[in-house]
Ligand binder design. Structure first.
Ligand SMILES: Cc1cc2nc3c(=O)[nH]c(=O)nc-3n(C[C@H](O)[C@H](O)[C@H](O)COP(=O)(O)OP(=O)(O)OC[C@H]3O[C@@H](n4cnc5c(N)ncnc54)[C@H](O)[C@@H]3O)c2cc1C
Length: 393
């Protein structure tokens, strides 16, 4: 296909990866991001699968070791802190912030338009037009909607694809290694460390710091702790911040209700191994993200393509959300290169990416259920290995 004009709505990891790839193929690409400032604040850790790293490694020529921390063990602890299971396995961990900054450096700054919240769109046979909250409009051949879990494009195009609460929330936090006792950093710094107990689990791993440094001593220790809440009043109460505002999906650092923050710290001390509880305790500001499943049955709608969490939002247990978003971008670029028309490209792309989203959603639902519902999560089970297409891949 000849190069076309493309607007990408949503400038996070999914949107930026797609934008860079499509720009590399000669398309005329502009990104429109709702946030009025560069997305600086999100320093939380991510399991860094190869699809997420692929653009930065293959196209930008970075070494994976510059942008992530490698760990060589999967380790499970008993409540008393002794090792329940240890297996050699290499994972890479990065942070949202580190990957975002590197991707943004690869894109043209004047084509990354902050402060552009999509509020309306329409399409004809020849083009698609977006309207932004600031009153501007953009018209192009293709709109790639990478507007995340709360996607307004999905809400308009697939109103039946409602999010469904998984029954649990991720409590999260990060602590500089320099603020933890040396023996704790030594125990947690070379592994992903799990503790599994009734209807819950927590995982801890090292990540780059906010500035992107991966040097030992500079890094952060990151945790993700899955805890169950009833939908309705229980969840409403948790998502109500310290100023009494009911947040939609998450409560950011510094805004958690002090009552819930105190309860989480007390529960960590009561239920978690001391080495992990110490990380929770040392975290300045805990924050939460509620976990939801979202499944679409179409990703291409005329001249509009839904990508990443704007299409499927999956539970984090495969550490593959950003990898899926990146894979959607790689597959879209390949389809546009290969197929004779936009219509044909979107049709082949949609077939492969729907299958990917469906299989990842099913796998992550199963893994989450084993931990949070049936308590049948067995350390060492190969099904629990992170991966986009299947465990380990
Ligand atoms: C607890 C937890 C742990 C996770 N762990 C991992 C992990 O280990 N590894 C991993 O790969 N993934 C992980 N994920 C998943 C990952 O965070 C998401 O899958 C990923 O961020 C999706 O990227 P995206 O670009 O599709 O959407 P998002 O990152 O949500 O970005 C959407 C963007 O669109 C913008 N936007 C929204 N609406 C509009 C609008 N109307 N107009 C313009 N812009 C708009 C937003 O401001 C935002 O920048 C985790 C998620 C959670 C909740």
């Amino acid at each position: 296909m000849q190069p076309i004009s493309i607007q990408v709505v949503g400038g996070s990891l999914g949107g930026l990866t797609a934008a860079c790839l499509l720009r590399d193929d000669g398309h005329d690409v502009t990104v429109y991001e709702r946030s009025s400032r560069e997305l600086e604040e999100r320093g939380a850790g991510i399991g860094f699968l190869s699809a997420t790293a692929k653009y930065l490694v293959d196209r930008a020529g970075l070494d994976v070791g510059e942008i992530s921390v490698a760990t060589d063990h999967i380790r499970y602890l008993h409540r008393d802190g002794s090792v329940a299971h240890d297996q050699a396995h290499r994972y890479y961990f990065s942070s949202w912030n580190t990957v975002y900054r590197r991707l943004l450096n690869c894109f043209d700054v004047d084509r990354y338009r902050l402060g552009h919240e999509l509020v309306d769109f329409s399409q004809t046979e020849a083009s698609v037009t977006s309207t932004f909250a600031n009153g501007e409009h953009a018209t192009s051949d293709l709109l790639v909607a990478a507007d995340g879990i709360g996607s307004m494009t999905r809400a308009r195009l697939q109103p039946e694809a409602q999010r469904s609460f998984a029954g649990y929330v991720a409590w999260r936090g990060m602590v500089p290694e320099s603020e933890l006792p040396r023996e704790i950093v030594e125990q947690l710094g070379d592994a992903i460390t799990y503790f599994v107990y009734a209807n819950s689990h927590i995982l801890v791993y090292p990540i780059p710091n906010i500035a992107g440094s991966v040097d030992p001593g500079d890094r952060l220790i990151n945790f993700v702790w899955y805890r169950n809440y009833l939908d309705g009043g229980d969840l409403d109460d948790l998502l109500t911040d310290r100023d009494g505002v009911r947040r939609d999906l998450s409560v950011p650092p510094g805004a958690m209700s002090r009552r819930h923050e105190a309860e989480a710290r007390a529960t960590a001390n009561a239920r978690l191994p001391t080495v992990i509880a110490a990380v929770v305790e040392a975290t300045e500001d805990l924050f939460i993200q509620s976990i939801h499943d979202i499944e679409v049955n179409a990703m291409a709608f005329g001249r509009i393509a839904l990508l990443g969490d704007a299409a499927f939002s999956v539970r984090p247990h495969a550490a593959a959300g950003t990898a899926k978003a990146a894979d959607d971008g790689w597959a879209l670029a390949a389809a546009l290169r290969r197929e004779p028309s936009l219509e044909a490209a979107l049709a082949t792309w949609e077939t492969s990416q729907l299958a990917l989203g469906q299989s990842l959603l099913a796998r992550t639902r199963d893994v989450g259920g084993r931990s949070q519902v049936t308590s049948t999560w067995v350390p060492g089970d190969p099904d629990l290995i992170f991966g986009l297409h299947r465990p380990g891949d």
